[in-house]
Ligand binder design. Structure first.
Ligand SMILES: C[S@@+](CC[C@H](N)C(=O)[O-])C[C@H]1O[C@@H](n2cnc3c(N)ncnc32)[C@H](O)[C@@H]1O
Length: 347
């Protein structure tokens, strides 16, 4: 999720994380006593605490150790109904099994970064504050500095162009490569000033010119598209018949994956626009109602993050899970993250 400067409160401190589309999530997830729900993106626990209040049990996951640390009080007051696990949501089925659950009644994912992550300058997610060029949600592994200092120019162009949807990706990557030889990148401010030089902000620009490059690096560093694709397959395996999968996304790349997944799993194929859709394989999900929901106008007015939110959901059928065939997503073929060495700027 990307946010604007109006998300900071007026005294300059971090704004609390306000859960997005919480009412809609609860409406479709239908948490209740005796049910087990997986919250794959615990964050500040906004969804989890509302689900617990409805009497359900929750297995909550976050890859950020800070989120797990800050959730300890919620675990303590949950009467044993909350398992909070440090891990990746791509493993949500095996995490639920390790927590002693078989098939579950619901899975919810709220994709992106939390307000806490964005507001802490030292995490390096925000181009509005100076900090280390880090962006690792798990605080481990390859950082954004490792990428901008180590990637070939052509790989940078693809990362920024595809994951940031930056039309001038080659201009940005050339400027990065020219700048890093003299002065390797270690801070967000360094990267922002290089981008501002080659993409000066015009009066009509709605967003800062660094927004798209920062988004691209964050998505790449955290392998967010691969994580989401694997989480959708894992949710299909772990949900019982009638269980619900609810995903809230904040940009088109993520929404597209969820849309393609459901389209494939609804088992429908449009042969021709003149013919009705036909079933081409067994459906593992069905849509009992409106499958795409956007934030209500009122919420979008008070919470800027909600403006770009899209909620997609569906209900698991009793059909066996299908193979995890990644070709349904058409994921971009980018340089592997494992090819980068760590510690080049940020440790
Ligand atoms: C938008 S916040 C969730 C906010 C939460 N719904 C709430 O109401 O407080 C997203 C959270 O998901 C976590 N996250 C992102 N990708 C993840 C992944 N692949 N596995 C586990 N957690 C992830 C982030 O660290 C962040 O804390």
């Amino acid at each position: 999720m990307m946010r604007g400067s109006d998300d900071f409160n007026i005294v300059g401190g971090p704004s609390p994380h306000i859960p997005v589309m919480l009412n809609e999530v609860l409406q479709v997830l239908e948490p209740a006593s005796g049910k087990v729900m997986i919250d794959g993106t615990f964050g500040a626990g906004g969804y989890t605490s509302a689900i617990l209040e409805k009497g359900a049990n929750v297995v909550a996951i976050d890859r950020d150790p800070n989120a797990i640390r800050d959730g300890a009080a919620m675990v303590a007051s949950s009467d044993g109904r909350l398992d909070l696990v440090h891990g990746e949501f791509s493993d949500l089925d095996s995490i639920a099994a390790s927590a002693g659950h078989g098939q579950v009644d619901g899975v919810v994912l709220d994709i992106g970064v939390s307000s806490m992550q964005l507001d802490e300058a030292e995490r390096g997610f925000s181009f509005q504050q100076d900090g280390p060029l880090d962006m690792r949600m798990a605080r481990d592994g390859v950082s954004a500095a490792d990428i901008v200092n180590g990637a070939a120019q052509s790989d940078l162009t693809r990362i920024i162009g595809i994951l940031g949807e930056e039309k001038k990706a080659s201009v940005v990557s050339r400027a990065i490569v020219n700048a890093r030889d003299a002065d390797p990148f270690s801070t967000t401010r360094q990267l922002v000033s290089v981008i501002e030089k080659v993409l000066p902000r015009k009066a009509k620009d709605r967003i800062h010119p660094a927004t798209r490059t920062f988004q691209a690096l964050r998505v790449f560093v955290n392998q967010e598209l691969q994580q989401l694709a694997n989480a959708l397959f894992a949710a299909e395996r772990v949900l019982k018949a009638g269980g619900r999968l609810v995903v809230v996304t904040f940009h088109s790349l993520e929404d597209r994956l969820v849309k393609l997944f459901f389209k494939d799993r609804f088992g429908m194929e449009q042969g021709s626009r003149h013919l009705p859709a036909v079933n081409h394989k067994h459906a593992t999900f069905q849509a009992p109602g409106k499958n795409l929901i956007k934030a209500a106008k009122g919420e979008a007015e008070v919470n800027p993050r909600a403006r770009s939110a899209k909620l997609r959901w569906a209900e698991r059928t009793s059909a066996d899970a299908l193979p995890a065939d990644h070709s349904i997503f058409g994921l971009p073929n980018l340089v592997p993250l494992s090819g980068f060495s760590t510690g080049g700027g940020v440790t």
